[in-house]
Each structure stands twice: as structure tokens, then as C-alpha cells.
Write a protein that binds this ligand. Structure first.
Ligand SMILES: [Zn+2]
Length: 288
């Protein structure tokens, strides 16, 4: 946080510097655009082939093949979810929240990609429908589906409260990934990463730049639907914060289940989808 009383005096040109207009770092027009026509055709042929219900304060994993869709739905009551994505064949390729934020902004919606980590750095999934797109940004600068938070975890909780709490999203995702893959818990934990905060309403305070949350506007029936650009392993935690209106990392908030359904147009239709190639950067890093 910035100091109330800075220790260094401002230069004479301070106001001039502050008045400079910002420049968008990564204009989205220069990014590869989603192939909406193909995705729409595939969605039209898709039928539901899979479903998991994630219990409150727990997580689940499900595989989604490239060219299929998955829908995260609110059921029973307002609930936020912490989403991890992995390449189903290589867990080291995983969702890169920070780069996705740099490319698409702090909060995602329809048309945005979820990008993977280096060196693959390619679209893993594309958002194709978002029933909360009406929310936009509120007067506090808050919005839904952020890529600015990390995930609630027992380590931060321990530092802040002195207690061990085991049903944070980080631990939920660790248990679910270990159960799905058969990896030991400590190996699974290393693959859990910063999330897309599905349905969560968050922002940064205008005056101090602090991360804030407020009650999610999500209602039962709302959903976020994504297209799998590559073969995916999807992990989702139903956050112990419930709608995140007051706190997380405890058992006090009202929590509800979340549902993931998989919508598959069939193998031959899926094969018409061109899986994004690994990033073509040489990997040389200036050596040799
Ligand atoms: Zn959480």
C-alpha cells in the first residue's frame, strides 16, 4: 500500500506526469480471435455427456475433450467457484491467470480466452456464454469472474488468523486433483495454481488499491460456459466463502453446490476444431 505520508517530495512535473493518459498494454485486436462460427456450429450439435456436482467446501475434477464445452452453473443458492485448468495430458501446462489478466483485463466474459502457462502459452478455453455479463462494473469498480485473486488457501489463513483451516479452495483443489490423478497429495498440490474466480464479485478500492469482495450477484440458474480449445482437466472448488459477501476461509458462510456439465458434439464434429498450436517462440532465450 502507498504511504499516507510519502517520504520523498514530488518533482515539479508531478501533476503533468499524473495527467498523462494511460496506454492499453495489450490491445485485444492484435490477439488471435475466437472462431465463433465454428464454436456456434459445434455447440448446436452438442449434447450433455457428463456432469459433476461439487459439494460446498469441496472440489471436483472432470475431463473435457478439445472441441467440447463445459458449463459451470449455480444451483440452490449464491456460490462462487475457484477454477483451475490443466492440459489433460501434461499437468505442467496450466491456466496462467496473470497473463490472462494482462491480455483481457481484470474480469473475464464472453469471447475471452483462458491462456496457458509458458512455454505453451495458447488458449486453453474460451468463454462462450456468461449470464452475468449484464453486471459490467459497479460504482465501486467491482465486477464478476476475476483473474486478480489467487484462491483462498490455508497458508494465508494461518498467517492472518493463527488457525489451520482445511477446506479452502487451495486445499479442496489439491484433494480433488490427487483423487482424480492418483498423485500423492504433496505432488498434486504443486499443480494447483491461481484461479479464475467464477461468479465472484471483486475489485480494487479506488483510494487504496486494496483487493475487495462483495456479495456475488449470482443466482441459481446462472452459468458460465466455456469451449475447450485443448483436451482439458477441469478442477473447480465451491469456495467456503459461499457468495463471498463477508468472509472466506471458515465454516461460517452459507455455502451451496456448483454443477459442471459437459456438452460434446461428438468425436467427428470435435475433430473439425483446430487445436491451438504450442507457442511458436524458439525457446532460445538469446543463448547460442
Ligand atoms: Zn475460496
Amino acid at each position: 500500500m502507498k504511504p499516507d505520508r510519502p517520504q520523498h517530495s514530488a518533482p515539479a512535473t508531478a501533476d503533468e506526469m499524473r495527467a498523462l493518459r494511460p496506454v492499453i498494454c495489450y490491445p485485444p485486436e492484435t490477439l488471435p480471435q475466437p472462431d465463433r462460427t465454428t464454436m456456434k456450429a459445434l455447440r448446436g450439435e452438442a449434447s450433455q455427456t457428463g456432469k459433476i456436482v461439487i459439494a460446498p467446501r469441496d472440489a471436483g475434477c472432470i475431463e473435457v475433450p478439445a472441441g467440447a464445452f463445459f458449463r459451470i452453473s449455480s444451483v440452490d443458492g449464491p456460490q462462487v467457484g475457484d477454477l483451475n485448468l490443466w492440459n489433460a495430458h501434461d499437468l505442467t501446462e496450466r491456466f496462467y491467470s496473470g497473463k490472462t489478466r494482462a491480455l483481457h483485463g481484470t474480469h473475464l466474459s464472453t469471447g475471452d480466452h483462458m491462456w496457458s502457462s509458458f512455454p505453451a502459452m495458447r488458449p486453453m478455453a474460451t468463454i462462450v456464454d456468461d449470464t452475468l455479463d449484464w453486471y459490467g462494473f459497479d460504482a465501486f469498480g467491482g465486477s464478476v469472474h476475476d483473474v486478480i485473486g489467487t484462491r483462498c488457501d490455508p497458508y494465508t489463513g494461518r498467517l492472518l488468523s493463527g488457525d489451520d483451516y482445511h477446506y479452502c479452495c487451495h486445499s479442496n483443489l489439491t484433494r480433488a486433483l490427487a483423487a482424480h490423478t492418483g498423485l500423492p497429495l504433496h505432488e498434486a498440490e504443486a499443480h494447483v495454481h491461481d484461479v479464475l474466480n467464477v461468479f465472484m464479485c471483486t475489485g480494487f478500492t479506488r483510494d487504496t488499491g486494496q483487493y475487495f469482495m462483495k456479495a456475488s450477484p449470482v443466482r441459481p440458474g446462472d452459468y458460465l460456459e466455456l469451449f475447450a480449445e485443448i483436451d482439458l482437466l477441469v478442477g473447480l472448488s465451491a469456495c467456503p466463502g459461499g457468495d463471498c459477501s463477508s468472509e472466506h476461509s471458515s465454516d461460517t458462510a452459507a455455502c451451496y453446490p456448483l454443477e459442471i456439465t459437459v456438452w460434446d458434439p461428438g468425436e467427428s464434429a470435435r475433430n473439425t476444431h483446430q487445436v491451438p498450436q504450442m507457442n511458436p517462440y524458439s525457446g532460445n532465450h538469446g543463448v547460442g
